[in-house]
Design a binder for this molecule. Structure first.
Ligand SMILES: NC(=O)c1ccc[n+]([C@@H]2O[C@H](COP(=O)([O-])OP(=O)(O)OC[C@H]3O[C@@H](n4cnc5c(N)ncnc54)[C@H](OP(=O)(O)O)[C@@H]3O)[C@@H](O)[C@H]2O)c1
Length: 280
């Protein structure tokens, strides 16, 4: 039996990965923030291979109590994989946000991942060097590779995850742990709807940002609607977990040209020009 811990399984990508993992016979510790979500998911997944754990990744005590539960449940087994998926987005232009907006996003998307890794690496293959390597999968985003305007809180957090993961991957190889960045483009979830409310752009009313901020919001909602399914991300995760020597990065998008190659590889000034035209 292989044991996996994934954060943020209540909805979206986390839920999609959870379902694929259980289907493929992995035992999954999945974090949620409410008892209601735990009960709902227990019913939906309907399998002894799923064990929900109440955890808020911004709360160190809650991570420590998850650690104790998982350590006891594992007995002498290792944690085969940790998937850092929990994430939020807060929208709006820099000059109309405050520092707390940035802190909130960094607390979940970046520091949450750092703390989860520090806490759970001791349960991974590092303690059994003769066993197959364990895996950490950090869910990044194409927006960890190029910045769109009006979601700089999110972009900053995903760039942080990218740089942090590159650095740490080269350390933890010595502990017999592979670290993979999984980089989705638009996925059909509610993350943008949850984090970029129409009102978020109201405070930009009658400013130079009002029109293009709203346009960006519209474009993102459209992309979210047309995004790939969470199940597709789940299937990609299974492929990565089955690969004993995974690549450091996998991008996965429904429109690789529009979401990955052009924005990542076009010169910055050309991308600035195109975005300016689209969002005008
Ligand atoms: N959707 C996309 O287009 C897309 C593209 C690229 C990357 N991603 C990344 O994919 C990951 C999942 O996002 P999603 O699109 O599936 O969004 P989602 O449906 O909103 O799911 C986010 C998950 O994170 C959990 N979460 C939020 N704050 C948390 C906290 N403080 N502690 C623990 N869990 C917390 C949420 O739990 P609650 O239900 O309790 O809030 C939820 O389970 C994120 O890292 C996101 O950046 C998404």
């Amino acid at each position: 039996m292989k044991y996996i811990l994934i954060t943020g399984v209540s909805t979206g990508i986390g839920q999609g990965i959870l379902i694929e993992l259980v289907k493929n016979g992995y035992f999954v510790f999945g974090t949620v923030r409410s008892k209601n979500d735990a009960e709902r998911l227990k019913k939906e997944v309907n399998s002894d291979l799923f064990f929900p754990i109440l955890t808020d990744v911004t709360d160190e005590k809650s991570i420590q109590s998850a650690f104790e539960i998982i350590r006891d449940k594992l007995q002498n087994n290792i944690l085969f994989a940790l998937i850092n998926n929990a994430g939020i987005l807060i929208g709006g232009p820099l000059v109309h946000l405050n520092l707390d907006h940035y802190r909130q996003v960094m607390e979940v998307n970046f520091f949450g991942t750092v703390k989860m890794m520090q806490t759970f690496i001791p349960l991974m293959s590092s303690i059994h060097k003769n066993k197959a390597a364990s895996q950490i999968i950090n869910i990044s985003s194409v927006l960890g590779h190029y910045g769109l305007p009006y979601i700089s809180t999110y972009t900053a957090s995903k760039y942080a995850i990218e740089g942090f993961s590159d650095s740490v991957r080269r350390e933890i190889k010595k502990l017999n742990i592979n670290l993979v960045l999984l980089i989705p483009g638009a996925v059909k979830t509610l993350i943008f709807k949850k984090g970029a409310n129409e009102e978020d752009y109201d405070y930009a009313k009658n400013t130079v940002f009002e029109h293009s901020g709203k346009n960006l919001r519209k474009q993102m909602l459209k992309r979210e609607e047309l995004g790939i399914s969470s199940q597709k991300i789940g299937k990609k995760v299974i492929q990565i977990l089955k690969n004993p020597n995974p690549k450091p990065r996998y991008s996965i998008t429904g429109s690789p040209m529009v979401e990955w190659y052009w924005p990542k590889y076009l010169p910055d000034r050309i991308l600035d020009f195109i975005l300016n035209k689209i969002l005008k």
